[in-house]
Design a protein around this ligand. Sequence first.
Ligand code: 9MR
Length: 476
Amino acid sequence: MSTKQTLAGVVLGTSLLCLGAANALAADETLRSLAEKNNIYIGAILNSQWFSGGLPGNYEQIHKTQFNIVVAENEMKFDATEPNEGQFNYGNGDRMVKYAKANGMRVRGHALAWHSQVPGWVSQKYSGKKNELLRVLKNHIEKVVGHWKGQIDEWDVVNEAISNNEPMWRSQSVWYQGIGPEFIDSAFVWTHAVDPDAELCYNDYNLEQGINPKAKAGFLLEQVKRWVANGIPITCVGSQTHVEDTTTDKHFIGSPDSLRSLAKELAKLNIKLKITELDIGFKSGINVSKSDLERQGKTFREYLDIILEEPNADTYLIWGVSDKWSWLGGLNRQKGLIYDDNLKPKPAFDSIMVRLQNFEPPQDTTKQDTTATDTTKTDTTKTDTTKTDTTAQDTSKQAIAHLGSLEALSMHFAGRTLSVTGAVAAKVEVFDMQGRPVFSAKGVNGSVELKGVSEGLYIVRVRSGSTNLTQKIAIK
Ligand code: 9MR
């Protein structure tokens, strides 16, 4: 058992004891192993200091042990990847991708079209020149996305394009000023054309502050509806979720409930919600008490619940590892992460760990399997990985009749070999996480090898008669 886990166990005290010692102290349990059991991604950025070798060795050890998704704090942004026109710099990004692959992690790319961290040459040469800006942005996307094609699982294609106050497009942006809001549509189309397998997100902050038309997320929802209706290849919304605990009576602006409402609205559009930059900071300068840290842990847990419980939510990514290396000081906030200055787990770490240990997927028999009729849709099967899905056409009675003397339909994996029991001449289909078919076999009795399916997460669907069984799997 690592020192970190021992400490976490000590800090947890009585609440943990209720869970039973064997469960709480399982030797190899990490956030990562528990996230994988729950079919979600949990992650933290690689801080910029990691790229210059400025972090202690236990930082990386913690990072790769506890997390299974990674994003670079600054190293894939426009100013880092194309500091001068046409001169591309992929060194740091390549290092991160190599690290991620070596440690079996999913990779986020952040960010392609953003008003900030755009190098000076863009506005100096091309401010207000629409055609030139379109050319520059298209070329940037084609080169950067092309360089990491197949290696970056999801891109923040557009970041922070909505203004903070009254919801409208952010006008202080070289892209918006010169091109208009259609730079967003174009960025998605260009990215998809280069890497059609990547998930493509719109990413922004303050999305946990309500979905009414006057809130930022309400405005965004209208845009997402339009993008979907127009065939713009967006697959996800990233909620940065930089939250402040004010320690006043009204502790938080925004709430997990609001973000959950956004997830539910996005599900109707078959778009995923991801938490991409979570931190829950306190105002700088105040004394943060033990109970403040416990409340912070509870809030971390409440945001995690959305990812565990909403079928179209799969990612919980924290904007930093330790409070020692955090951007929050620049925002006049402090102590917003789950490890303290000495890389020791905080109560927030424990809250997340305990929740992952105890989460039971809801026994929800009314869940709709959207992959059954439309393979381009959101995966709504995430939390329902073991049950027979008989809901697509309310076929439960037929399913029971069909099963007759058969055992219940089930599937098991050994490497790439899928064994099906309880089925006669089953149809086996495998979809990637965007719902695209990657493998299919008919007439399966017993087992089948999933040939040609590369490493990654997939949804497997087995159909036998009128019975469907879907399960999320990781091919390693
Ligand atoms: O953490 C990043 C910090 O090191 C940079 O100085 C800053 C510059 O804009 O960007 C920070 O990351 C931001 C992210 O890229 C987009 N969402 C807000 C993040 C925190 O500011």
